[in-house]
Design a protein around this ligand. Structure first.
Ligand SMILES: [Zn+2]
Length: 286
């Protein structure tokens, strides 16, 4: 049978999903990511996963959609030196996949694919103006405008987690603001990672949400990522969201803050795999 394959590979996990041409997920797997230690084995490991998922090999990938952390060079299909992965040289992802698979390979940043997945089959079904934030070890961002992912000039748009925040009466003096993985003093990611409680994290996030609303006036902001699961206790998930939204409403543009829906992702850690399959499907038909 013909299938689409969605692949989501971060610094920690490699997730692979097989979808039929109707867009239903048939099988999925998760294993350790090779990107840090053996970056040239990603395509090979992906093929191993597919063979494990469908041992009889009676499937033919029509196209593959792959998401990884940025920054990417979409033109050449490279993962450029990334603070998240630690590679000093570009990793030639497209070339790797083309030598393992006959099917065409399409690439995008992981958060862009997570957003695409959520709009396709998750919480944002049918939405057209949506922003997504993924809170993990870093904070990823993705922007959809009128139904299309905004890539900017070269695929690096949407890094909302690195927008700088200066907040009145925060506990940080301007000269000792915390830094993120890229060394920014006082960006959203740095402040959220320096938070000592879920309540504090929600407040900082609220300022980030206000910035997003003021710039994009989206219908919906989707929050995903493992940090929310690990650092916000299950019974506080609703309070966390309420606190973040209340802060956003206090400091964001009137009107726009009332129009936006702020919600948790629905597909959880599978958003990016769904987005990969959607990218494969869309790109293959163009
Ligand atoms: Zn930063």
């Amino acid at each position: 049978m013909k299938v689409y394959v969605g692949v989501d590979c971060g610094a920690t996990n490699l997730r692979v999903g097989i979808f039929n041409l109707e867009g239903e997920i048939i099988a999925a797997s998760q294993t350790a990511s090779p990107l840090k230690d053996h970056p040239n084995q990603l395509a090979e490991l992906t093929l191993d996963q597919l063979n494990m998922l469908i041992p009889e090999k009676r499937f033919y990938p029509k196209a593959i959609g792959l998401g990884t952390p940025g920054p990417l060079d979409l033109k050449h299909g490279w993962l450029l030196p990334s603070s998240n992965i630690g590679n000093l040289q570009p990793i030639d992802l497209r070339d790797q996949f083309q030598s393992e698979f006959k099917a065409p390979i399409f690439l995008d940043r992981d958060t862009n694919l997570a957003l695409l997945g959520e709009v396709w089959q998750g919480v944002g079904r049918g939405m057209k103006d949506v922003v997504m934030l993924t809170l993990g070890s870093g904070i990823g961002g993705a922007i959809m405008i009128e139904g299309r992912i905004d890539h900017g000039k070269s695929g690096k748009a949407g890094e909302i987690g690195h927008a700088f925040l200066e907040i009145q009466n925060s506990k940080f003096k301007i000269q000792n603001l915390p830094t993120c993985g890229l060394g920014h003093h006082g960006c959203l990611e740095a402040l959220i990672n320096a938070s000592k409680s879920w309540l504090e994290m929600a407040k900082f996030l609220g300022y980030g949400l206000a910035n997003i609303v003021d710039i994009f006036n989206p219908q919906m902001i989707i929050l995903g990522g493992g940090k929310l699961k690990h650092q916000v206790p299950g019974h506080k998930r609703r309070d966390f969201l309420t606190e973040a939204v209340d802060t956003m409403k206090k400091v964001g543009m009137k009107g726009a803050v009332d129009e936006v829906e702020v919600v948790y992702a629905k597909l959880d850690e599978m958003s990016g795999v769904y987005g990969g399959a959607k990218l494969a499907d869309d790109s293959n038909q163009n």
